[in-house]
Design a protein around this ligand. Structure first.
Ligand code: UDP
Ligand code: MG
Length: 309
């Protein structure tokens, strides 16, 4: 049996070799369960020496492979490319910065090989070492998703999960361009064992995610797995229609009783601005979904390969 470890890398030259050394520590366990392994580094258009670091490893060890993108396509594209090129009966996505500890592999394989699970997923039970504001927003995101999406999303879930061939093929069959892997994993289903661990801080280098980057990513997650914002826009529209209707009756009756002196233009101006604002907001929500549809129908490839070894 073959296990494919997929490592998305974006400017991770300092971590490439460390990761290799860490995964070698699991070799014995894998061997004892008659598992071979291959290591697929997916270079997501790195601007540093990541590619040459991986090539050094390839010269040493034939089990190491490289897929290099023509530019930065994002981690989601790297995950997809890795899964497409994995030959294994099992695969796992692992961050190059060792925040997804290879030491959990035995526990994960036990769940799949001995306990009859289809998949072993990991989640961090805390976010120590992370800026508090980032953790707070992350928690809010998961709480919101729980309410507005049918797809199960676990708080603190990582992309690090051990998948059987069935699940790999299922994930690959989801061909959408706007990929949100955490959602896709939940969406494909299968029996999953959750393995919890304490947050590990990034070994070397810096995180690739800015606060705004994460915020954008979470909005993408919401749009990919929920149409609640569209519904909310409709509700707001309905709300204002009802208000306008009641106001109309009120003004009509008042004019009948007291006549119609011209007054109140400031309030009128406020109402016009308010309603225009709400309309633009709702149009914006619709526009966001439309732009996603636009990207989907263009059917552009999810990534472009520059080099593959
Ligand atoms: N990554 C990637 N493409 C990107 C950004 C990140 O392949 O555009 C990789 C990165 O090299 C790392 C993993 O995704 O292996 C997680 O990134 P990072 O550690 O920066 O995120 P964090 O752990 O801070 O959420
Ligand atoms: Mg990280």
């Amino acid at each position: 049996m073959l296990f494919s470890a997929i490592v998305p890398c974006y400017n991770e030259e300092e971590n490439v070799e460390d990761f290799y050394n860490e995964i070698l520590k699991q070799e014995e366990y894998l061997k004892s369960n008659s598992l071979e392994f291959e290591l697929i580094y997916v270079d997501d258009g790195s601007k540093d020496g990541t590619v040459s670091e991986v090539k050094k490893l390839i010269e040493k060890d034939k089990r190491v492979h490289l897929i290099s993108f023509s530019r930065n396509f994002g981690k989601e594209a790297a995950i997809y490319a890795g899964l497409q090129n994995a030959k294994g009966d099992f695969a796992a996505i692992m961050d190059a910065d060792l925040q997804d500890p290879p030491a959990l592999l035995p526990q994960m394989f036990d769940a799949v090989l001995k306990e009859g699970y289809d998949c072993a997923a990991t989640r961090r039970v805390n976010r120590k070492g992370e800026p508090p504001i980032r953790s707070w927003f992350a928690r809010r995101f998961y709480a919101l998703m729980k309410k507005i999406s049918d797809t199960e999303l676990m708080d603190g879930a990582r992309d690090y999960r051990l998948m059987t061939r069935k699940i790999i093929d299922a994930v690959l069959s989801v061909k959408e361009y706007n990929r949100f892997s955490k959602g896709i994993f939940g969406w494909v289903g299968f029996k999953t064992k959750w393995i919890e661990f304490e947050n590990v801080e990034r070994r070397k280098g810096e995180t690739k995610w800015s606060f705004w980057g994460l915020l954008k990513y979470s909005l993408e997650g919401i749009m990919a797995f929920s149409s609640a914002p569209l519904l909310i826009a409709s509700y707001i529209g309905l709300f204002f229609t009802v208000i306008a209707f009641l106001a109309l009756i009120f003004i009509f009756v008042r004019a009948l009783i007291f006549g119609d002196p011209t007054s109140g233009w400031p309030s009128l101006a406020c109402i016009i601005v308010l309603v225009a604002g709400v309309q633009l907001f709702c149009l914006g929500v619709v526009g966001q979904y439309l732009s996603k549809v636009y990207l989907e129908v263009k059917e552009r490839p999810i990534y472009i390969v520059k080099e593959k070894i």
